[in-house]
Ligand binder design. Structure first.
Ligand code: OGA
Ligand code: MN
Length: 284
């Protein structure tokens, strides 16, 4: 039986309907899901009831997992699970409260950025019947396709320098945290135009706020180019806005998407998400 699916928007995202991710998935069904992930960049599964272990087990089908060692917001006993939340318990922030509040792709500052991130919704803020805390996605592959031919030519072979945004912020604010994790990470270099390792599709892989320059190009030229490409990616027609429901498992491909967490809620409205991250390959 073919898997039942529904497109989420014109250029990005598909919902896979009728699959229970807490049960084991046969090889053919998984191959089908993986193909849809590679081709659609964002995949949504609704109405799931996953334990952290089941979330991990499903993510593990896509590859090795990121282990959040030394991370304050790893879930107790599950270092693969990162807690994304504004919830405070016993005076302590239980999760990363401000994840993704600027457009970004996850961890592009790593030599091997993650293939995918799987976010599972446990608490979704709501006010007067309106859901808050949406997440926006754009297809950076559709953005690349839409570039004028001469821009594509200009970008050919260019490499951008990526820096952890925590490190950029630390440098600007010179806070105590400056010496922590973010600052320990060296800059990395990735192609401005990435090729998807499975589909071969090309995509824009730069983002203002994470890329601090382009190799061999003066900043006066590189910074406006990074800004222009960043702006070009986030046009509404390339966008999918996800309105969360408890039980949503949403995953995205970090090669062909950028995303943004909409910051439109605060305590006492609570949001709680668990993220599991699948390791990726060296961008080319
Ligand atoms: C993330 C992220 C967005 C959100 O977990 O990588 O960007 O809406 N989250 O929580
Ligand atoms: Mn993110």
């Amino acid at each position: 039986m073919p898997m039942e699916t529904r497109k989420l928007s014109k250029s990005i995202g598909v919902e896979v309907i009728g699959i229970d991710l807490s049960a084991s998935i046969d090889d053919d069904s998984f191959a089908d899901i993986e193909r849809r992930f590679d081709e659609n960049t964002v995949v949504l599964f609704r109405d799931q009831r996953l334990t952290p272990q089941q979330h991990i087990d499903f993510a593990r089908c896509f590859g090795e997992l990121e282990i959040n060692v030394m991370n304050d917001y790893a879930l107790a006993s599950f270092p693969e699970v990162l807690v994304i939340s504004n919830v405070v318990e016993n005076g302590r922030q239980i999760g990363l409260a401000d994840a993704g509040r600027n457009w970004h792709t996850d961890m592009s500052y790593m030599p091997r950025p993650p293939r995918g991130s799987l976010l599972y919704a446990l608490k979704v803020p709501e006010k007067a019947g309106r859901v808050l805390g949406d997440t926006l996605f754009v297809s950076t592959a559709a953005a690349y396709d839409a570039l004028p031919a001469e821009t594509k030519e200009r970008l050919e072979g260019l490499k951008a320098i990526h820096r952890s945004s925590a490190r950029i912020r630390n440098a600007e604010s010179r806070t105590e945290r400056a010496t922590a994790r973010g600052n320990a990470l060296p800059d990395v270099v990735h192609p401005v135009v990435r090729t998807h390792p499975v589909t071969g599709r090309r995509s824009i892989y730069v983002r203002e706020g994470e890329c601090i320059g382009i190799i061999g190009m003066p900043d006066e030229e590189a910074l406006p180019l990074i800004r222009a490409l960043s702006d070009f990616c986030i046009r509404p027609e390339l966008m999918y806005r996800h309105e969360w429901r408890v039980g949503d498992l949403l995953m995205w491909d970090n090669c062909t998407a950028q995303h943004l967490a909409v910051n439109d809620y605060e305590l006492p409205l609570e949001r709680l998400m668990y993220r599991v991250t699948v390791n990726g390959t060296v961008p080319f």
